[in-house]
Design a protein around this ligand. Sequence first.
Ligand SMILES: C[S@@+](CC[C@H](N)C(=O)[O-])C[C@H]1O[C@@H](n2cnc3c(N)ncnc32)[C@H](O)[C@@H]1O
Length: 221
Amino acid sequence: MKDKFFEGADFKGKFKALIPEYYPAEYRRYIKEEKTLLQRKVRGANRVLEAGVGIGRLIPYLAPSVKKFVGVDNATLMLGEARRIAGHYKNVRIKKLSLETLASHFPGHYFDYSLCAWNTLGNVKDEAKVLKNLGKITKRSIFITVYLKGTLKERENWYRTVGIKLKKVDEKNEVFYSYSGLKSKSYSKEDIKKIAVRSGLKIKQFKVLGGVILWAEMVSG
Ligand SMILES: C[S@@+](CC[C@H](N)C(=O)[O-])C[C@H]1O[C@@H](n2cnc3c(N)ncnc32)[C@H](O)[C@@H]1O
């Protein structure tokens, strides 16, 4: 089975992987810390992009305090869920786009801020390609959150708790594979610094959230 994870192959009902009430404590703490940080950072912005909007988890927390919120994704299930949430807000638009081609769909520096949250970057083939696109269309900062290297046990417990069926764990590189086609990478600060250089970006700030997730604020270099 390939690329069926974000179409819901692991779950019979709700898409538990993006619903924090199903998470172990440290991941719930990450979600809470991320929400507070993002709300503080984007408040008052003109335009905000969420690259890989998923089920629209962040829309209710961020859309009310910005002028325009755009969410993009390429999975049909995710787009449907995000559009349902977006229906409650006049200033939210959801578009079907690939993260690798964003710069050909929006003008240069169109967004004040871009987000790539909950390890979306760790799901793509070429992180630098996605970040280069975000760099072109973002005026101020790009915020990313990714799995932090050194948290294998916590991650294994997270996957089990939400009910994702793991096919393989590459313990050396801390990459998890599900039967449904998910490949989920993880990063150290050094890894992210290297990717930032390849993307023409600079790291403004790192933080560790919930002890398990690495947050980085990036700006054009
Ligand atoms: C881990 S989820 C995160 C969702 C959301 N950002 C959140 O924090 O709840 C990653 C999302 O990115 C989307 N995605 C992954 N690779 C993509 C790509 N190359 N182009 C567009 N969307 C992609 C997936 O479909 C999924 O909805």
